[in-house]
Design a protein around this ligand. Sequence first.
Ligand SMILES: [Zn+2]
Length: 148
Amino acid sequence: MKRIYLFKQKITLDHYVAEAYTVRCVDDRFWKTFKNFLREQNITHVDPKSPAGGVKVFASPNRESDREYNLDELAISIKLHHVKKVMLFSHSDCGAYGGLKKFNGNKDKELRFHLKEHEKAKEVVGKRFPGLKIETYFIDEEGVIKTS
Ligand SMILES: [Zn+2]
């Protein structure tokens, strides 16, 4: 069958090992920081997910089925791409968490809240995948903070 390409780019179908499975919020404001951070960490092959709220899908999902779905997605990456490390992100002024206004503009209060979310998310993922290395990060307008 003839294929008419709108865009051409050669890629290889070789399989790969994902150095990390990343979960970050869909918010585009933090995309560049996230991308540059991974590059700086020399992480080039990732299985990236970007659900609204990032860690929220594990810590406090809108629906329990969101959590299950995302744990199943991770299971697939572990199976197919041999994921050993998960990097969970959340960020400042996240709309999925009600934004910075939910914390009356208090950034410390916001960060403390996110630290608890990170703990919860880590517990949820760790319970399902005990052998996995889980790291958590917070992104604000200055950069990336490792929280665990
Ligand atoms: Zn967000």
